[in-house]
Design a protein around this ligand. Sequence first.
Ligand code: SAM
Length: 273
Amino acid sequence: MDLQEQLRWTQSADAWSRWAEQVADPAIRINMPLLDLAAAAPGARVLDVAAGVGEPSLSQAERLGGNGLIVACDLVPDMLRTLRARAAGRTSAAPVPVAADMTALPFPDRSFDHVLCRFGLMFVPDVPAALREMHRVLRPGGNAALAVWGNRAENSLFDQLDQCLDTVLGPDPASLLPPLFRFADPAPLLPAARQAGFAAAEYRTLRLRTMADGTRPFWRATLDMAFTPRLAGADTMATARLHDHIASHYRALADAQHRVEVRSAVHLLCFQA
Ligand SMILES: C[S@@+](CC[C@H](N)C(=O)[O-])C[C@H]1O[C@@H](n2cnc3c(N)ncnc32)[C@H](O)[C@@H]1O
């Protein structure tokens, strides 16, 4: 188990809990094509690894409409507490939360039809071990569908917020952002998947563009969720200065209708067991 990652995400769990419902709609724009790739049929057994506070497990639960099993696994129990609370407010059958490291899954061989992993693989030090575990728990003919971020320049909000943080708080000693873009070039994951036992591996890139309302702090959820450990070191005055700086940064970028373009790029990978 990687203690640094465990600490990072345990520290971040409150922010993820606070913002979970407000970011659920934009999350769906990534969840839907990811679930299309997995193509779970009614009755399917689905494992979501690095499930966080429920993306994409909760979308998958809605799709299966109670006909199937979803297990949501994450390293951090506090993330799963929020997932459980979110699931309780919905009509679809709740995913079963299991705290576990994705490099040592506590499930028998061939126990799932699909494995999902949205924005999780990049945080695992031993990627081959994670891929081997995904393959081991899948039945032959099943698949794994994964989402990883594309390159930093195409993910404008992360990139710009990081620059604002550098300006106001100074350089980041913990380098929180680079791991997000570890698979900006996803090509090396294809032979890695075959090495782990998958029969076939492919990917495509999803590019999204949103015009955000520049008169509102549309950037706040991303700031709080992605940069929690960095913000924890800032006092109230520094945080206020940071918020002012970000707001004026986006005022300067806004168009005549006060809209700000937010671009993102996500690689969607599918591995056949
Ligand atoms: C960026 S969040 C993604 C959460 C969710 N899938 C989503 O897309 O909103 C990364 C998650 O990976 C989890 N994580 C990191 N390393 C892990 C590991 N080795 N095994 C299982 N989960 C891990 C973290 O606790 C965190 O919840």
